[in-house]
Design a protein around this ligand. Structure first.
Ligand SMILES: [Cu+2]
Length: 275
């Protein structure tokens, strides 16, 4: 019996499987990809994850289907120990391999670069971001210290509060810094995970798109109570935010008076005491 054309047969199986599976994966798994759609940035991450998953699906199928195909089609006949023929050099195969893998990697690198420039990745862009969203941005400073985050609102008299609330539909400009060691401001639902370094002003933009409760945690081991650097924040309506921030200004009026003036980074201890 003549050997079937394995190349053609396997290529057909793979192409058909990819054409069926890739749209299914994008349509069914895309909408449940992390980190949700609580902010424009989170939705952007979800888009990126969906694109990557879609690009990875044919590659995964190639590997898995070929493994199955080889086990079925190239099985040793019972009782025989056969060596396959030695195959050396195949210019067409080698060229195809190099061209296809290079094209995939370069295309993903280009996509990543463009998306990073558009979105800032939610990881902070340092003190001078390349891309700044237009329009009014609510300024919120995130101050990390062992072992809590506090938030300062320079547009509201520089009041500093222990819990974060944000108005829905408002572009927020987070200024992430630290008073002592290296921390990281991570809110999964906001799609933000930004380094909080002493003496550094790390700017992140985030625009919440729905009312929600979000988690805040430190994601950089920062000492014995690192695990306690956890809190919940809330995205609320604009009216509720206005009420809340006015209440905070009243509540912390006495503390605000003795706070250091607002600035983008604070001198860490122990130098601060010498100031
Ligand atoms: Cu920390």
């Amino acid at each position: 019996m003549a050997e079937p054309n394995h190349w053609r047969r396997f290529a057909t199986i793979w192409i058909v499987a990819s054409l069926i599976a890739t749209p299914l994966v994008v349509v069914l798994i895309g909408p449940i990809m992390p980190p949700g759609n609580g902010t424009e940035q989170a939705s952007g991450h979800r888009t990126d994850h969906t694109v990557l998953l879609g690009a990875a699906t044919p590659v995964l199928l190639l590997v898995v289907l070929y493994l199955i195909y080889a086990i079925v089609a190239f099985r040793q006949p019972r009782g025989a120990v056969l060596e396959g023929p030695a195959i050396r050099g195949d210019a067409r195969l080698q060229t195809t391999w190099i061209v296809v893998t290079s094209a995939i990697v370069l295309a993903l690198a280009a996509y990543g670069t463009i998306r990073l420039e558009q979105d800032g990745a939610g990881s902070g862009s340092g003190p001078s971001p390349l891309v700044v969203p237009k329009g009014h941005k609510l300024q919120v400073q995130v101050i990390a210290q062992q072992w809590e985050f506090t938030y300062r609102f320079p547009e509201y008299g520089g009041v500093e509060v222990p819990h974060l609330e944000l108005p829905v539909g408002q572009m927020v400009e987070l200024h992430v810094t630290s008073l002592d060691v290296i921390h990281s401001f991570w809110s999964y639902q906001l799609g933000v995970k930004a380094d909080a370094n002493p003496g550094v002003d790390n700017v992140v933009f985030v625009k919440p798109t729905k009312r929600q409760t979000f988690e805040v945690r430190c994601s950089e081991l920062c000492g014995i109570w690192h695990g306690q650097m956890f809190d919940h924040g809330h995205v609320v309506s604009r009216a509720a935010f206005a009420t809340w921030i006015a209440e905070q200004q009243r509540k912390y009026a006495a503390a605000t008076k003795v706070l250091q003036p607002y600035r983008h980074a604070y001198v860490p201890e122990p130098t601060r005491r010498a100031e």
